[in-house]
Design a protein around this ligand. Structure first.
Ligand code: FMN
Length: 249
């Protein structure tokens, strides 16, 4: 872990976040991710070793515990604090929950109240209003957004505006969305090359167009498109139609 962290810093990483929250079977099966919640001494040694190995801030992400019978979020947060972590992110579920049920923000608040380390709350944040409420109620120092950002990369601006000013969170105009989506598509092509880029972009285009009129038909067309240029054309065509339709205005 220390060697991996040093390599990342050499590549330009400004922060290292250790993931002790991943619930996926093939990860916990190797003793990684959330499996580390079951071995506090080892988790502590990893945090300490990584923190000492690199000059950049090291943080850790955890879940509330392995399962309901073994919730050790507070103990893990204290270990993180004693091991040189600069912040801790808490996803308010146990490993056993995977992504089922609701994130337990009361448990996140409890962890926050028991350590001096900055605590970042995570789990089920979907709207700026709800995030503001949970932020104020839990007292956490930061919020982390996961799935709600899929297809909504502007969500960070919406949340930041509402949390700092209290003003309603305004979604971006269709024009701006189109610009962001098309930019992202071309960035993926530039980064991965046209073939892999357009295959990987399908997933994002699917998220971007979720809930939009004609979204399902558009997704079907791009999934059968022969190459990146065809997808780019469909993308322009889709937005032009959308912007011309009174329903989308
Ligand atoms: C497909 C998928 C991949 C994820 N990959 C990571 C990851 O690599 N590192 C990490 O810390 N969390 C990862 N997470 C967890 C999220 O960061 C987050 O903790 C979780 O989704 C709960 O927050 P949310 O309700 O806002 O999505 C992943 C989640 C999903 C659904």
């Amino acid at each position: 872990m220390a060697q991996a962290a040093r390599m990342q810093v050499e590549l330009g990483a400004e922060i290292i976040d250790i993931n002790m929250g991943c619930p996926v079977k093939k990860i916990v099966g190797t003793g990684s991710g959330a499996a580390l919640l079951r071995d506090e001494p080892l988790a502590g040694r990893i945090m300490e070793t990584v923190a000492r190995a690199v000059p950049v801030p090291v943080t850790v992400k955890i879940r509330l515990g392995w399962d309901d019978g073994s919730r050790n979020g507070v103990a893990m947060a204290r270990i993180a604090e004693a091991s040189g972590m600069r912040a801790i992110t808490v996803h308010g579920r146990t490993r056993a929950q995977m992504y089922a049920g609701q994130a337990d923000w009361e448990a996140i608040a409890e962890i926050k109240s028991r350590v001096a380390l900055p605590v970042i709350g995570n789990g089920d944040l979907i709207s700026a209003e709800q995030a503001r409420h949970l932020w104020q109620k839990s007292g956490v120092d930061g919020l982390m957004i996961g799935r709600a950002a899929l297809g909504r990369p502007w969500i960070f601006r919406e949340f930041a505006t509402h949390l700092t000013t209290g003003a309603p969170a305004e979604p971006p105009s269709l024009d701006e969305r189109k610009a962001v989506i098309i930019d992202h598509f071309h960035a993926m092509i530039a980064h991965h090359g046209p073939w892999t880029g357009h295959l990987l972009a399908r997933k994002h285009l699917g998220w971007f167009t979720r809930g939009f009129p004609g979204g399902a038909a558009f997704r079907d067309r791009i999934n059968h498109a022969p190459h990146a240029e065809a997808v780019a054309e469909m993308l322009h065509g889709y937005f032009d139609t959308l912007m011309a339709s009174p329903r989308a205005a």
